[in-house]
Design a protein around this ligand. Structure first.
Ligand code: HEM
Length: 413
């Protein structure tokens, strides 16, 4: 059985109305064929059990070379392909920062993940706590006295980028550049801006690595260089791609977890009141924010290496697939009363950080940041309210990130 023969456009309208669209699809069937704004067809899996199984299924691949080839086959069949033997690692994908673990299958993925896990330890993450608290306090204090402020701009954006720069050991003066680059890379779909961002970032990261080799610091970048030199197994392009991945994967996601989470609190005053009355509910609140309105609509692309059947629908080999994370997390079969925001509910098993071998490496850091941010926010601004009606808030025009364009609030009522 094929769920839909004509692909459904995954366009800006879809992004604006994500949960309602996903709810319709989930009710209509477990798998749907969409077409993204570049015209690329992709199957989306909408139900919790199927999405979880898909993410642990070794018949789905992620390696960038195959993805690149499949895209070329669709858009430029017969065009000349780059020769992998001419690249530094004997591999070639689409250029830029492609040599990272989210673009790889085992055994390459396992090798890179093992290396970064050695550097990105629980102790290193925990050691960031006082700095994150200080940054959060600084930003919240600066908001006091304002009658109205865009809390994305004043708080949700600057916090994660400053934390990532601390983590990596990036100079404070380059923070704004980093923010611009990650924005240009993720916001659809200005190819020219993203090529420019890749060029500028590449130049900066190369310089930064050279500087860290000269002057090692107590930061993740230095640790990654050390790990790669000890084991002699991380090439320069893998190292640069890894840093790029940490930056891009760790920034906009955390921003929009905080942003969407604040919106959920402000539009569910009983839940806000419960958190205010008992700030120790914050850990559960963050998990519910991830489930209810997490920052990713779906996973990154996977492709089928052989035909696979999901919920009675066969997806042929060589097709792109997304696990619809936001759809799975609101599947009423898994989460009763899934469309209601309840910070005390059992959220165990939500898929906001993915599942399987590519499960988010930064989840402990993201959780810690969001918990600190929300605890601080509730303490500083117990009377926080929206400065506009929730219906007027627009969503970002991205096909991956589920976030708000702005979130105007009144810090004190
Ligand atoms: C992978 C979500 C924050 C680093 C992933 C994946 C998801 C995800 C869903 C898997 C994607 C897929 O399978 O296609 C999130 C969310 C975050 C967040 C919701 C914040 C709320 C972070 C942070 C970092 C980070 C702060 C690092 C500083 C990574 C890396 C991977 C990854 C390195 C790739 C892991 C691999 O391929 O093995 N993330 N992420 N993420 N994330 Fe996160």
């Amino acid at each position: 059985m094929t769920a839909h023969t004509d692909p459904i456009p995954f366009d800006a309208g879809f992004a604006q109305d994500l949960h309602a669209r996903y709810a319709q699809l989930r009710a209509a069937g477990p798998v749907h064929r969409l077409v993204n704004e570049s015209g690329l067809p992709v199957w989306v899996v909408t139900r919790y059990d199927d999405a979880r199984a898909l993410l642990a299924d070794p018949r789905l691949g992620k390696d960038a070379q195959t993805i690149f080839r499949l895209v070329m086959d669709r858009f430029a069949p017969g065009a000349e392909r780059p020769d992998p033997s001419e690249s530094e690692d004997g591999r070639f994908a689409g250029g830029g920062f492609d040599m990272h673990m989210l673009n790889m299958d085992p055994p390459d993925h396992s090798r890179l993940r093992k290396l970064v896990v050695k550097a990105f330890t629980a102790r290193r993450i925990e050691s960031l706590r006082p700095r994150i608290e200080r940054i959060s306090e600084e930003l919240l204090t600066a908001m006091a006295g304002e009658s109205e402020v865009d809390i994305l701009d004043a708080f949700a954006f600057p916090l994660p980028i400053r934390v990532i720069c601390e983590l990596l050991g990036v100079d404070e003066s380059r923070r704004d550049d980093f923010r611009r680059w990650t924005n240009q890379l993720l916001d659809d779909l200005d190819a020219e801006a993203s090529v420019q961002a890749v060029g500028e970032m590449s130049k900066y990261l190369t310089e930064l690595l050279a500087a860290k080799r000269e002057n090692p610091g107590d930061d993740l970048l230095t640790a990654l260089i050390e790990v790669s030199e000890d084991e002699d197994r991380l090439s320069e392009s893998e190292l640069i791609s890894m840093v790029f991945l940490l930056l891009v994967a760790g920034h906009e996601t955390t921003v929009n977890l905080i942003g969407n989470g604040i919106l959920a609190l402000l539009t569910n005053p009983d839940q806000f009141a419960a958190l205010r009355a008992n700030p120790d509910l914050v850990d559960g609140a963050v998990e519910e924010m991830l489930r209810f309105d997490g920052p990713l609509m779906h996973t990154t692309f996977r492709f089928t290496t052989e035909p696979i059947t999901i919920g009675g629908t066969e997806i042929p080999a060589g097709e792109f697939v997304w696990a619809g994370l936001a759809a799975a997390n609101r599947d009423p079969e898994r989460f009763p009363d899934a469309d209601s925001f309840d910070i005390s509910r059992d959220t165990q098993g939500h898929l906001a950080f993915g599942h399987g071998i590519h499960f988010c490496l930064g989840a402990p850091l993201a959780r810690m940041e969001a918990q600190i941010a929300l605890r601080g926010l509730v303490a500083h601004f117990p009377d926080l309210t929206l400065a506009t009606s929730a219906e007027e808030l627009g969503r970002r025009n991205s096909s991956l990130i589920h976030g708000l364009r702005a979130l105007p609030v009144r810090p004190a009522s």
